[in-house]
Write a protein that binds this ligand. Structure first.
Ligand code: AFP
Length: 342
């Protein structure tokens, strides 16, 4: 039967699953292990989404009054997300080790499951202090190839510089739920259609504007900032039509959400070091590295003020770093201020 003109011009639906398979075809020697790994991750994302959307309905909200290794209050939903991601990923045979924000040490794959060649680092529920207010939260992931040869993965497998990531991404639980990821061939965003339970390609080949109009930082900390950071933020607020200033200010307090907006609209997100957090607040391995990988794939930059984030050699799982991330021109300007050149 001939296909009608209307059918031929209808939009093509690209599910996340199909996209992952097509990405793997770029590697002729691929074994399918990577596809399986991302497939498990997308299932974990849906399981966390299911609970996040129920958060106001069931008695899962509220603090357990325990603290995680980074000193933040751990909420019950954090624990759920942490367990869910671990359990969705521990038996696929793709991973040799994992690490998460919620656990001090690396997470081993149980002895009775096969070990694979990949390493997963994740922040199960970023922005957890926003949960009770129904504000956007997210999950972040970062994947490396193992460096040890076989058996159980080790800390060495986890502490690789960010430029060695093979995939990074996040799931954002906002007005819609999106899965945004990159395998090193651009950044692609998929929006969850809850009626069919599938992530559908909605943002193909995301490119961040070269220069933006928005800055994002917790200005409540400005009394603790270095003078150079203060001068940069003051500069962004000055009026100068020729350079597109003043910038607007937006700050959500969930890295995933602030980063997602920055990726789409351009501008700069910053979490500088300050007197209280001399190394910055954000964690290199499962917050800054994955976002840095994504922003570079989208044409932007990420720096700690002195150095490209992806080149930092980490010495511990929960290491912190200052972060300046976003449009190339804006990050460059931040670096110039921080290095005292302006
Ligand atoms: P929580 O998960 O404890 O809410 O922390 C979120 C976060 O690590 C990151 O997502 C935000 O960008 C940053 O902290 C916000 O920190 P401030 O509350 O100090 O601005």
């Amino acid at each position: 039967m001939p296909i009608s003109a209307a059918t031929a011009s209808a939009p093509k639906f690209m599910t996340l699953e199909r996209h992952i398979i097509e990405e793997e075809r770029r590697y002729p020697a691929a074994t399918g292990e990577f596809t399986g790994l991302l497939h498990d991750l997308s299932l974990a994302a849906k399981l966390v989404w299911r609970e996040v959307t129920k958060a106001g309905l069931v008695n899962i909200l509220g603090s357990t009054y325990r603290y995680n290794v980074s000193g933040d209050v751990v909420k019950k939903l954090d624990e759920f997300a942490d367990d869910t991601i671990y359990k969705a990923m521990d038996h696929g045979g793709h991973l040799c080790v994992m690490a998460s924000e919620e656990n001090e040490d690396v997470l081993q794959i149980p002895d009775h499951y096969p070990k694979g060649k990949y390493v997963l680092l994740y922040d199960p529920l970023d922005g957890s202090s926003n949960i009770d207010a129904n504000v956007t939260i997210g999950s972040i992931f970062s994947i490396y190839r193992r460096v040890t040869s076989k058996g159980r993965g080790t800390l060495e497998d986890c502490l690789q510089p960010g430029h060695k990531q093979v995939t990074a991404g996040y799931v954002i639980f906002g007005s819609s739920t999106m899965f945004v990821y990159s395998t090193g061939f651009g950044v692609h965003g998929f929006t969850l259609d809850p009626t069919v339970g599938e992530f559908l390609l909605s943002h193909e080949g995301i490119k961040i504007p070269k220069k933006g109009k928005i800055y994002s930082v917790n200005e409540g900390n400005s009394h603790r900032w270095d003078d150079r950071v203060k001068r940069f933020v003051d500069y962004l607020k000055e009026e100068d039509k020729a350079t597109g200033r003043p910038y607007s200010s937006r700050y959500i307090g969930t890295l995933v959400a602030d980063f997602h907006r920055t990726l789409l609209y351009g501008g700069i997100f910053m979490y500088p070091r300050d007197k209280k957090n001399p190394e910055g607040k954000l964690r290199l391995m499962y917050e800054c590295n994955p976002m840095a990988f994504l922003v570079e794939q989208a044409g932007g930059s990420a720096s700690n003020g002195e150095q490209r984030i992806l080149e930092i050699q980490s010495s511990s799982l929960h290491q912190r770093t200052p972060l300046f991330i976003g449009s190339k021109d804006d990050v460059k300007a931040a670096e110039e201020f921080l290095k005292g050149r302006r």
